[in-house]
Design a protein around this ligand. Structure first.
Ligand SMILES: CCCCCCCC/C=C\CCCCCCCC(=O)NCC(=O)O
Ligand SMILES: [Zn+2]
Ligand SMILES: [Zn+2]
Length: 507
């Protein structure tokens, strides 16, 4: 036999073995998707998005409860919003089962007394504040109008996070109106400065509960959403429940040079040097860590639901992790799951057209991958900036959150999953990593079961609405938000024990 066919024979055998392994693994990969549980809800168990409920959400949006910096917000607007909440839900505010405390002057902590003290309380969180509106044009309705247009309610807070505040309160009001007395005590915790780290709101609530020795069964806060068209290879809707949360690192970059007259510049300026540093950071992203952390679970939970090619890849991550790493970094949403992200959020220098700026300052906001350390992120920054004239200082940091349990061993996760399936029977549910940050950082000591999920739908074109232009929620999504919380309140209102032992695999 000549050398060429022999070589082919030797290469061919291992290759064929590889193909067989890949095929076998693809067809035998376990399904993590479970059939939605039967829902016995009747017409009376449904909260319709009536005019008054929509007007209450729209009303909530009209309060300009903006957080600018830690300790610098909009106290008068917060007080008006709090009064509006009091007036909007008369049944819950007069119920003997409900107590309300104002914490840190503007945050709200409700306690709904359950009848069975053997059940640990649950905690639903959301926040009262919003981010400011930038100069960016393109709003189709005034950002604080709450205008209802073409089946949507527009405005700041409609998806971050007043829909969750109002949706939870509507659900509780509905329950209490029907004379429902919960068995499990429920806390509702609404911080007033989540958008600037929650130091004066949720942190104070967390400390207060800890001082009282409160331990909760679970925390559910805002988070990832039901997504459509965001997971490569999956046609169905995917509800992502954040079982982990990225860390946070804000870095200040500054350069000081000689200032002077605009007519006699030196070869380099503070602005030029800082621009180069920022460009280096953007050109050299932090390492791609996809697959090394809890984000891997999302893909594995969805593998059996993917189109053939994607299914082959995701069922064989032992071989195709490099392929996945490439795929995941092609879009901003999936890239955020794959690495520590780098966003240059501020850039300031100069005071006048003909004066050379002696100082240039930039802010870089990182969201830290669960398998990355703050120090590693900083080291990478310094290495790629590669210029000792650029001073690098840490402004604020938070390590990635501990990973909460998901799946059959976690009854609270299952109750959330079940509630999602009751509202979105056609959607898949999977654990994932929250790519933004939430008030849950202040509740780490209350429980190890912390989840981040918002029950509205996001498509690729919607992601830019978070903190961006044309923030809005569809009326259908707001209705589903209220009903998700209504079902969740029922689903957690019983002992939370492990109810399923294996994946059904038969969706
Ligand atoms: C495999 C597909 C991955 C796509 C991932 C995108 C999922 C999109 C769903 C929700 C995104 C939520 C991010 C918004 C964070 C909101 C919370 C917030 O603003 N906190 C303050 C902060 O982070 O600064
Ligand atoms: Zn938020
Ligand atoms: Zn936000």
């Amino acid at each position: 036999m000549s050398t060429a066919p022999k070589l082919l024979q030797w290469v061919g055998v291992p290759f064929m073995c590889l193909v067989v392994i890949v095929v076998v693994r693809t067809v035998t990969f376990p399904s993590y998707q479970t059939r939605p549980p039967p829902c016995n809800a009747t017409d009376q168990d449904f909260i319709p998005a009536t005019r008054d409920r929509l007007d209450r959400l729209a009303g909530a949006v009209t309060f300009r409860t903006i957080s600018y910096e830690p300790g610098r917000g909009t106290p008068e607007e917060l007080l008006k919003f709090i009064a509006f909440i009091g007036d909007s839900f008369p049944v819950l505010h007069s119920s003997p089962l409900v107590t309300r405390e104002v914490v840190g002057n503007f945050s709200l902590l409700y306690r709904v007394e359950g009848s069975d003290s053997s059940l640990n309380p649950g905690l639903l969180a959301a926040h009262l504040d919003v981010v400011p509106v930038t100069e960016e044009p393109g709003w189709e309705a005034e950002p604080f109008s709450g205008q209802q247009k073409d089946g949507f309610v527009y405005g700041r807070g409609t998806i971050d996070d007043k829909h969750n505040v109002m949706g939870q309160l509507e659900a509780l009001e509905f329950h209490l109106k029907r004379g429902h007395r919960p068995r499990r005590t429920l806390y509702l915790a609404y911080g007033h400065d989540e958008e600037v780290s929650g130091y004066y709101g949720a942190q104070k609530i967390g400390e207060l509960l800890e001082d009282r020795g409160v331990k909760v069964e679970f925390v559910l806060d805002e988070g990832l959403t039901v997504t459509k068209g965001l997971v490569p290879g999956v046609a169905k809707k995917v509800a992502m429940v954040g079982v982990a949360e990225k860390g946070y690192l804000t870095v200040k970059l500054s350069v000081r040079m000689k200032g002077g007259h605009g007519s006699m510049p030196e070869k380099e300026s503070a602005i030029g040097i800082l621009s180069q540093a920022v460009a280096n950071l953007e050109r050299n992203p932090q390492p791609n860590l996809w697959g090394s952390g809890p984000e891997r679970d999302l893909t594995e939970h969805l593998a059996t639901e993917m189109s053939v090619l994607h299914r082959v890849v995701t069922s064989n991550l032992w071989l195709f992790t490099p392929v996945m790493r490439w795929v995941m970094t092609q879009k901003a949403g999936t890239n955020a799951l794959s690495r520590t992200t780098t966003a240059v959020t501020r850039f300031n220098a100069g005071i006048k057209d003909n004066v050379i700026a002696p100082e240039a300052v930039a802010t870089v906001n990182h969201r830290v991958h669960p398998k990355h350390t703050i120090q590693e992120v900083l080291d990478h920054d310094v290495k790629v900036i590669n210029d000792p004239r650029v001073k690098v200082e840490v402004v604020e940091s938070l390590v990635p959150a501990p990973v909460s349990p998901s799946g059959p061993e976690s009854p609270a996760y299952l109750a959330i999953q079940e509630s999602i399936q009751q509202i979105y029977p056609d959607s898949l549910v999977a654990p994932s990593v929250m790519i933004g940050n939430t008030d849950t950082r202040h509740y780490w000591n209350l429980t190890s079961a912390i989840y981040r999920f918002s029950p509205n739908v996001m498509g690729p074109e919607d992601l830019a609405r978070f903190h961006g232009v044309n923030e809005r929620i569809s009326i259908g999504d707001y209705e589903r938000t209220m009903n998700f919380y209504f079902h969740l309140m029922l689903n957690v209102d019983r002992p939370l024990v492990v109810r399923r032992h294996e994946h059904d695999g038969d969706l």
